[in-house]
Design a protein around this ligand. Structure first.
Ligand SMILES: Nc1nc2c(ncn2[C@@H]2O[C@H](COP(=O)(O)OP(=O)(O)OP(=O)(O)O)[C@@H](O)[C@H]2O)c(=O)[nH]1
Length: 373
C-alpha cells in the first residue's frame, strides 16, 4: 500500500498478442511478497485467458463480454468498488485490458468515481509492445473517427516494454524505439523478452501523471463516445470432443499461412485424442505456438472434466462459417470413445514436436513449438 494509504493500480495494455498475459504471469510468479489482485478483460466471444493466467493465491476477476474501455466499464467499476471494501487484503491491483482497448477511458475510471479516487492510486500505465508486429499496426489506416489503438496505447503509456526483442534484429529494434519516442517522448522504454523486467521497474513506480495525460488529451476527463474499428471482429468456437493433432496442425498451419496478415490473434485450449494433456494454441499473425500441460502453465484435463475445446480468432474479414467448419473437421471423437490411448498419445506427442513445424516451416522454441507459418 502507498504511504497515502491508497492501493496502487497498474494498468497493463498493449495490442493483441503483444505479451500482456505473459507479463502478468511473470509478475505473479516472481517473489515480490505482495498480495496482488488481477482484473482481466479479454476481447472475443470465447474467453481463453482464464485458463492461461496463473491462479496461484491471487484473486482473478474476469470481465468478458466486451471491451473494458466501453461496454464492460460498469463491470470494472463494480469490481473495483468490491476490492475497495477489502483493500486491506491487497497490496497491488493489476488490470489487464484487451488488446483493442483505448486506455484513456480505463484511466478515466479512477478520476470520475469519488470512492475509487479515495481508495486507489494509479501507479502506471504499462504498455507492452510486440517488436515483431508493432510497425504494421502503427501504420494501419483506420476508418474516419476511429483511433489507432496501438498509437493510443503508446501515447498514454508511463512505461513501455518493448517485448519480443528475441524476434527482431538490433537495427529494427532501434527503428521501433525511435517510432515509439516520436509518439511518446516521456515514457521510459525497456527492452525485454517474455516481459522479464525487474519488478522494481514495474510495480510501485508512481509514474502516472494526470498532468501529462491532459497534455496528450486535454478533454481526457470528459465523458465521450469512442469508436472501435468495426472491421475487426472475433469468432469464437466451443465444441466438445477430441482433436486429431495432425489434422489440427494442417488446418491451423494453412490458415495462418494464408490469412495471417488479417488474423491478428488466435488462441485456443484444446483436448487431443489419446492424451489427458490440455493443449494451448497461441497465434499472433503467422507465428504460432502449441504447448501442453506436461510443460507446465496449465493443468491437465481432470478425469471427469468435460473436454470442451475453446478457440478464438480475432482479425479482419473473418469467415465464421469456414472457420467453424475447419475446426469441426479436426474433431474425431469424444472422451472415452475407445480410441487406443497409446496410438493416439503417440500422435499427440508428435504434434507438439513435429507436425506443426512441417506444416509451416519451423522456428524452435523454449516451451512448446513455435512456428512461422
Ligand atoms: N518470441 C516471443 N514470444 C513471446 C514473447 N512474449 C510473449 N510471447 C508469446 O506471444 C504469444 C501471445 O502472448 P500473450 O501474453 O498471450 O499476449 P497478450 O497480449 O496477452 O494477448 P491478448 O490478450 O490475446 O491480446 C504467446 O504465444 C506468448 O508465448 C517474447 O518476448 N518473445
Amino acid at each position: 500500500m502507498e504511504s497515502s494509504g491508497k492501493t496502487p493500480v497498474s494498468v497493463v495494455t498493449g495490442f493483441l498478442g503483444s505479451g500482456k498475459t505473459t507479463l502478468v504471469n511473470y509478475i505473479l510468479s516472481e517473489n515480490h511478497g505482495k498480495k496482488i489482485a488481477v482484473v482481466e478483460n479479454e476481447f472475443g466471444e470465447v474467453g481463453i485467458d482464464d485458463a492461461l493466467v496463473m491462479q496461484a493465491q491471487e484473486e482473478i476477476f474476469e470481465m468478458n463480454n466486451g471491451c473494458v474501455c466501453c461496454t464492460v466499464r460498469g463491470d470494472l467499476i463494480r469490481i473495483l468498488n468490491k476490492l475497495a471494501k477489502r483493500r486491506n487484503k491487497f497490496d497491488h491491483i493489476l488490470i489487464e485490458t484487451t488488446g483493442l482497448a483505448d486506455p484513456a477511458p480505463v484511466l478515466q475510471t479512477f478520476f470520475v468515481d469519488d470512492d475509487l479516487q479515495e481508495s486507489f492510486q494509479l501507479d502506471a500505465l504499462i504498455t507492452v509492445v510486440d517488436a515483431k508486429h508493432i510497425l504494421q499496426h502503427l501504420d494501419e489506416a483506420k476508418p474516419e473517427g476511429v483511433e489507432n489503438e496501438s498509437v493510443e496505447q503508446i501515447a498514454f503509456a508511463d512505461r513501455i516494454l518493448l517485448n519480443k526483442t528475441d524476434l527482431v534484429e538490433a537495427e529494427e529494434q532501434a527503428a521501433i524505439k525511435s517510432r515509439i519516442k516520436a509518439i511518446n517522448k516521456f515514457a521510459e522504454v525497456i527492452e525485454c523478452s517474455y516481459g522479464r523486467v525487474p519488478l522494481q521497474q514495474l510495480l510501485g513506480i508512481q509514474a502516472f501523471s494526470l498532468d501529462r495525460v491532459l497534455a496528450v488529451e486535454p478533454d481526457f476527463l470528459e465523458d465521450k463516445e469512442h469508436e472501435h474499428d468495426s472491421s475487426i471482429s472475433s469468432v469464437g468456437i466451443e465444441r466438445e470432443g477430441l482433436c486429431d493433432m495432425a489434422l489440427l496442425q494442417q488446418w491451423l498451419g494453412g490458415l495462418l499461412r494464408e490469412q495471417g496478415a488479417d488474423l491478428f490473434r488466435s488462441k485456443g485450449v484444446l483436448a487431443v485424442q489419446g492424451s489427458d494433456d490440455r493443449y494451448v494454441f497461441q497465434g499472433v499473425h503467422m507465428l504460432m505456438q502449441m504447448s501442453c500441460s506436461s510443460s507446465g502453465g496449465v493443468l491437465p484435463w481432470g478425469p471427469q472434466e468435460r473436454r470442451l475445446n475453446r478457440i478464438v480468432f480475432i482479425g479482419r474479414n473473418l469467415d465464421r462459417a469456414a472457420l467453424t467448419q475447419g475446426f469441426e473437421a479436426c474433431l474425431v471423437g469424444v472422451a472415452g470413445s475407445g480410441v487406443s490411448p497409446t496410438a493416439a498419445a503417440d500422435g499427440a506427442a508428435g504434434m507438439a514436436g513435429n507436425a506443426l513445424q512441417q506444416a509451416a516451416g519451423a522456428v524452435s522454441a523454449d516451451s512448446g513449438v513455435k512456428v512461422q507459418a
